[in-house]
Design a protein. Structure first.
Length: 240
């Protein structure tokens, strides 16, 4: 990212925003974890679009890895167009949306709540329609997202997912890693200037490899290259 751009400025604010999220949303995360501990779900279902769906990919890996909880991404059209009779009673439904205004995501979340799922909205606007319809609302705390290519809201969303996972798993290692996350993010941002930008700018297409938790980041990097550079990019699982 070029210095002085709105995208660079918003990305640079991510460490402070994540620190605020971990501080201000601790009570909400504890409440969600307590409700799920009282009625443990046998399945997690996620719904999101674009960058938010990449956060859902990260959530699926985290829930499976740390909680042993199977997780699937739900294509909204299965509900909004096909009215598929999916059995989600007693499931966890995680809806991720920066704006909280995607009509299909809102519709699926409302359907899931009526079907008996525990619905959690991870949004950047706690007054949005998605927040109003969900049982629990987890504020990304990213602040206004003015750059067309989302940055800090994606980072905050992934941090929120991991904070919820840590609360449910009760693992000290996860809590310790979260506590140092803002400093780790700041340190990583400080190394961005060492990237070989001149060589990268000559590329005509790109591939991004990732596996495990890194696959979600790879998907998001590929999307960013397409959005901001017009560079045909494909994210691939290194495990495959």
């Amino acid at each position: 990212m070029a210095d002085g751009t709105l995208m660079a400025a918003e990305a640079a604010s991510a460490p402070d925003r994540v620190a605020r999220l971990l501080r201000d949303e601790a009570g909400t995360i504890a409440a969600i974890a307590a409700a799920l501990a009282q009625s443990p779900p046998g399945l997690a279902v996620t719904v999101g679009r674009g960058s938010s769906d990449h956060v859902c990919t990260f959530a699926a890996w985290s829930f499976a890895r740390w909680l042993g909880l199977p997780c699937m991404s739900l294509p909204p059209s299965l509900i909004t167009r096909e009215a598929a009779p999916l059995r989600v009673q007693d499931a966890l439904l995680l809806a991720v949306s920066q704006s909280g205004r995607g009509a299909d995501v809102v519709e699926v979340t409302g359907w899931a709540g009526r079907a008996g799922a525990c619905t959690v909205a991870l949004v950047n606007d706690p007054a949005s329609p998605l927040a109003e319809i969900a049982r629990f609302v987890l504020d990304q705390q990213a602040g206004p997202e003015q750059s067309v290519a989302a940055t800090k809201s994606v980072i905050c969303s992934m941090a929120a997912v991991q904070a919820l996972t840590a609360a449910l798993a009760g693992r000290l290692a996860l809590r310790t890693a979260l506590a140092r996350l803002p400093d780790d993010l700041a340190g990583t941002a400080g190394r961005a200037g060492h990237l070989p930008i001149e060589k990268l700018a000559q590329a005509r297409n790109a591939f991004v490899l990732g596996r495990g938790a890194g696959l979600a980041a790879g998907l998001e990097i590929a999307l960013k290259l397409k959005e901001t550079c017009g560079l045909p990019t494909e994210a691939l699982s290194a495990a495959e």
